[in-house]
Each structure stands twice: as C-alpha cells, then as structure tokens.
Design a protein around this ligand. Structure first.
Ligand SMILES: NC(=O)c1ccc[n+]([C@@H]2O[C@H](COP(=O)([O-])OP(=O)(O)OC[C@H]3O[C@@H](n4cnc5c(N)ncnc54)[C@H](OP(=O)(O)O)[C@@H]3O)[C@@H](O)[C@H]2O)c1
Length: 252
C-alpha cells in the first residue's frame, strides 16, 4: 500500500512515549517528517533521538495556548507545512463518580482532552491546512462508548472528541479530513493502573483477540487515517480494541 506519506509533515502531540511515539515512528518509517511534543523536554529529546533524524521535538503543554502557538510556529519554520496533526496527548487526573468530580480536575480534563485538540486544530488550519489541505487524527478511547465507575469524566471528554471529529470533518471538508481512533486497553504509562498487578491479563482474556493493544496497533491505524489510503473517509472513528467493546468485560 502506498501511503503517500513520503515527504509529508506531521505534528504529534504527546509523542514522547506510548501511542504518540509509536505513531511518530510509523510516520517516519513511511517517509514523513515529524515533530513531537510533550511536557518533558528530556522525554521528547530521547524519543526523537530513538526515532531518527526525521523526528524533531518541542517541549510544551497542549493545554497552554502559548505552547501550542510555539509548536505550530516551530513546525512551520522547519517543514513549511503541517500536513498531518495527531491530537494524542491526554490526561486522566480524576477517578470516581462524575457526580463527585471536583471542578479543578474536571476543568483540566476538559482542557487537555477536548479544548486542546480544538485549539491545535484551529492553529494547524489557520497556518497551513486551510491552504494546503491535510489530515487530522484525534485519539479518543473506547471509554467514549460506555459508562464507567471510575473514569466517567475522562470518558465524556473522549466522547465529545468524537463529536468534535464529526463537526470539524464537515467544517474543514473537502480539503482536510478529520478522523479519530478509539483504542481499547494498551500497555502504556497512562493506563498502568488498569493493567499492572495481573489486571491486564484478566482484561486481555475478556477481549476476543485475547491480548491487550500494543502502541504499534494504533500507529498502523493512524498511518491509514493520515494517508491517501483513507482519502474517501472523514468524520469517522476507528475502534481498535481487540474486539473488547463487543464483549464488554465478559469472557467470550
Ligand atoms: N493506553 C491506553 O490504554 C489508552 C486507551 C484509550 C485511549 N488512550 C489514549 O491514547 C493517547 C495516548 O495515551 P498513552 O497511553 O500513549 O499515554 P502515555 O504513554 O502516558 O503518553 C502520553 C504522552 O502525552 C504527553 N502528555 C501528557 N499530558 C500532556 C500535556 N498536558 N501536554 C503535552 N503533552 C502531554 C506525555 O508526555 P509528558 O508527560 O512529558 O507531557 C506523553 O508523551 C491518549 O489520548 C489516551 O487518552 C490510551
């Protein structure tokens, strides 16, 4: 499959580890130039070094408009375009019933998981995509499709991100396609409390495909959504979860 990513310029938020890093590495393997972000400069630098010279980095918080402006400016100055934006960075600071959620953590979850993807999309649109076209890939979650005892606040930002994906798909068409990925449980730092201590094996067993996700599983989907291979697709969400949504915790 010719992905057409050769020579394209991509910006991946939260690319210093986990799913974002795998997406950045997969884009580079397809010939793209990539800029990754993350709050920690050391993590960004190490990730970029391990991905290779086609991967640049800039440290910043997706939640801070100044950092977003700086990252977009850095990508434009280095690549003269942003063909692909992956809104991947997210947070999950609150566990518990939504009815008891405190406003600081509610606001932070909204800001990082929902407002930031909008702000970064606005900037990519204004600085490059409006003229040159492009593709935006938003990383949502299977949590968007169900209720949760612990992660209701996170999940409703991920559901709203799916609707933002649909809304922007219509507003930015035909030049820019906007799609999303909803991963099931992937063995990354962010999801550690869900899989460590043997919990991951129990969840994997409830998935029809009998394993947790690897960051590469999501990277393959992101390559597809960013590439010409999905050129007649917009506003959609790919569920990549080993079939887990189908059984929802039951052991098939
Ligand atoms: N892992 C799963 O099971 C799973 C399932 C469904 C959906 N997802 C989604 O997949 C995406 C990636 O998650 P992951 O599991 O790969 O997490 P991860 O391994 O913890 O990586 C998160 C990345 O985002 C960066 N980041 C976090 N907060 C940030 C902020 N405010 N500003 C800028 N960068 C920030 C981190 O770097 P710094 O810490 O240095 O900032 C890191 O590069 C998220 O959208 C998550 O919701 C994950």
């Amino acid at each position: 499959m010719d992905t057409g990513l050769d020579g394209k310029a991509a910006l991946v938020t939260g690319g210093s580890r986990g799913i974002g890093k795998a997406i950045a590495a997969a884009f580079v393997a397809e010939g793209a130039r990539v800029m990754i972000t993350g709050r920690g400069a050391e993590g960004c630098e190490a990730a970029a070094a391990s991905i290779g010279p086609a991967c640049a980095w800039i440290a910043g918080n997706v939640n801070r408009p100044d950092d977003a402006e700086a990252a977009i400016a850095a990508a434009m100055s280095r690549f003269s375009a942003i063909d692909i934006l992956v809104n991947n960075a997210a947070t999950n600071p609150y566990a518990g019933p939504v009815i008891d959620a405190d406003l600081p953590r509610w606001d932070k979850t909204m800001a990082v998981n929902l407002t930031a993807p909008l702000v970064w999309s606005q900037l990519a649109w204004r600085h490059s995509m409006r003229e040159r076209g492009g593709a935006i890939v938003n990383i949502s979650s299977v949590g968007a499709f169900k209720t949760s005892d612990q992660y209701g606040v996170y999940s409703l930002t991920k559901d709203a991100l799916i609707h933002l994906t649909r809304q922007l798909a219509v507003e930015l068409a035909p030049g820019v396609r906007v799609n999303a990925i909803a991963p099931g449980l992937v063995r990354t730092e962010m999801a550690r409390t869900l899989w460590e201590g043997g919990r991951g094996e129990i969840i994997a067993d409830s998935y029809p495909l009998k394993r947790l996700g690897e960051p590469a599983d999501l990277a393959n989907a992101a390559v597809f959504l960013a590439s010409e291979a999905s050129s007649w697709m917009t506003g959609q969400t790919l569920v990549i979860d080993g079939g887990g949504l189908l059984t929802d915790g039951r052991n098939p």
